[in-house]
Design a protein around this ligand. Structure first.
Ligand SMILES: [Zn+2]
Ligand SMILES: [Zn+2]
Length: 551
């Protein structure tokens, strides 16, 4: 049979070959090749030539397709392993953006312009949106603060009464280090113990053992479960703040948010250094997060009676940023308070209570782990176990009780505001932040409401800045550099301005079919693997399997 990736064939010949897409996808999956590559046109400013490049969807932090998800998981494991028992202080990150960071930001600006142009022209922006999301993640991972993108909003001054006081916890004198203590054994060996902590949300009602479904769905506290999931990431932030305050050093962590069988998020955290178990438990028990959002106790608009959008409202003050109209009550003509007005009212109300207070449950697991032990490896595998799945994916769809449990959770999330910009605020008589035409309660498109996320729309992996002192992108590049060196090849030149990237317009005739692109990528991957296998034969005692996985 003729090899369809043979470059000797003419375009016409290649296209005449029948390649079923599903076959190509299977082959790609089997070879660990991205099945949803995005095509970008790359102009080489040094040579003036252009080339279309298949960029794996998982070039970014949040892997989309199964092969990319798997590859990212390997990278995450390497990242976790590298930082946990670090022996030397990581060097401090410079404040000036690096060349790479600058390049990322410029590239993003380019892509945004392309996306906006495509939207104006009425084209499909799905692919470009995916690229942008990926770039945002990469930019965040490269350690750039929101200011560079102009996203940081001014902090509100909340009255001191509402300020969330640090819980009553012991405080150690702060040492300027990120490393944990070491201990010397009777044999003179040095031990570097670290912690593996698991934090869980409280009970919402009794659960059927092994099944993860409520014994009595009627009394299971779905509203609380929904709100806890929505605000879980802020609770984790508080926990880290308190942990650092008590520990007396700049505690570093690598954590992952994973689903429990009962469909609540929980947290696994590798912590560098050690502390008494009782102290970790005390910190978890004392940690809470208050959600100071307007009340949702009273449903003011539902069914046919919904707020109406107007662009010609008589308002005394100028529109808030990002808003050029108002929602009003169609019965009375009264303008609903904007998000900022609602927050101001809340601040002025002495009697107001937070919308929600989220805390951990009493189940806190703390395990001491020594570097380089099988225990440590086990924990690292555990930390990355579910990274290829979203929260709702762990659902056993063959089990009707589980399906119903998930459906009730989605229902509980339906009218729950997921963010200040959530259209659900209209139900409670408040205009969402950046309100615009076409919003309706129950129709928020935010991730948190979706069955695959079940309330938790935050990042799945949370890594502190001085963990391994490398971003995921740097870990990726490490591996690439290693492979290139092993092959005796020089790595790519690093001139960040060498290439100009442009998305390829949909329907461009020069783009081969997805099936062909996948098969080409497979052929390339196989060449790499063959070379690495040959190297492995020569490199006695070296296990390159991990490299092969990540190459
Ligand atoms: Zn992919
Ligand atoms: Zn929402």
């Amino acid at each position: 049979m003729t090899n369809p990736t043979d470059r000797g064939l003419s375009r016409a010949e290649r296209q005449a070959m029948p390649i079923a897409l599903d076959v190509a996808v299977e082959i790609a999956k089997h070879n660990g090749v991205c099945i949803r590559p995005v095509v970008l046109r790359r102009l080489d400013t040094h040579t003036g030539t252009t080339e279309d490049v298949n960029v794996p969807c998982g070039t970014t932090m949040e892997a989309k397709c199964p092969p990319c998800a798997k590859r990212n998981r390997y990278l995450r494991m390497a990242q976790c392993r590298e930082g946990w028992h670090l022996e030397a202080e990581p060097s401090t990150t410079p404040d000036e953006p690096t060349e790479e960071q600058r390049w990322l930001v410029e590239f993003r600006a380019d892509m945004q312009a392309q996306r906006d142009a495509a939207e104006q022209a009425g084209d499909d922006t799905t692919d470009l949106d995916a690229v942008l999301t990926g770039l945002d993640d990469e930019i965040n991972a490269a350690g750039i603060r929101g200011t560079l993108l102009g996203r940081t909003a001014a902090k509100r001054n909340r009255s001191t009464r509402r300020r969330q006081d640090a819980p009553d916890l012991p405080k150690r004198v702060r040492q300027n280090t990120t490393l944990g203590r070491t201990f010397t054994g009777s044999d003179g060996a040095t031990y570097r113990p670290s912690l593996f902590v698991t934090l869980t949300l409280p009970s919402y009602g009794r659960i059927r053992a092994g099944q993860g479904v409520p014994v009595d769905p009627a009394t299971y506290d779905y509203p609380r479960a929904a709100r806890d999931a929505l605000h879980f990431s802020k609770l984790v932030d508080r926990f880290v703040q308190n942990l650092r305050r008590v520990a007396g050093y700049d505690v570093q962590y690598f954590s992952s948010v994973e689903p429990q069988k009962r469909l609540a998020p929980h947290l696994h955290m590798a912590v560098r250094g050690t502390m008494p178990r009782a102290e970790i438990k005390a910190i978890a028990a004392a940690t809470y997060h208050q959600v100071w959002w307007p009340s949702v106790d009273e449903v003011r608009f539902e069914g046919e009676h919904l707020p109406v959008w107007t662009e010609r409202s008589e308002r005394a003050e100028p529109y808030p940023d990002g808003q050029d109209g108002d929602y009003l009550d169609p019965a009375t003509g009264e303008l609903l308070p904007t998000w900022h007005e609602a927050l101001n009212r809340l601040d002025a109300d002495e009697e107001a209570e937070p919308l929600h207070v989220v805390r951990f449950g009493p189940q806190v697991d703390v395990q001491g782990v020594l570097s380089g032990t099988p225990d440590a490896d086990q924990c690292i595998r555990y930390l990355s176990k579910y990274l290829t799945k979203s929260l709702g994916d762990t659902l056993d769809t063959d089990n009707p009780a589980q399906r119903q449990h998930a459906a009730r959770m989605v229902e509980a999330l339906r009218y729950e505001p997921c963010s200040p910009a959530c259209p659900n605020w209209l139900r409670y008589g408040v205009q969402p932040k950046n309100a615009k035409a076409g919003m309706a309660p129950g129709r928020c498109r935010g991730k948190a409401h979706k069955p695959e996320h079940l309330g938790y729309a935050g990042r799945r992996v949370l890594v502190s800045r001085k963990w391994s002192n490398k971003t995921l992108a740097e870990h990726k590049r490490d591996r690439r550099t290693w492979v290139m060196e092993a092959l005796g090849l020089a790595d790519q030149p690093t001139d960040p301005h060498r290439y100009v990237w442009k998305p390829v317009p949909a329907g461009d005739d020069n783009i081969p079919s997805l099936a062909l692109r996948l098969l080409r990528m497979v052929a390339e991957r196989q060449r790499w693997r063959a070379t690495l296998l040959a190297l492995e034969d020569r490199a006695v005692g070296q296990d390159l399997s991990a490299m092969r996985e990540a190459a």
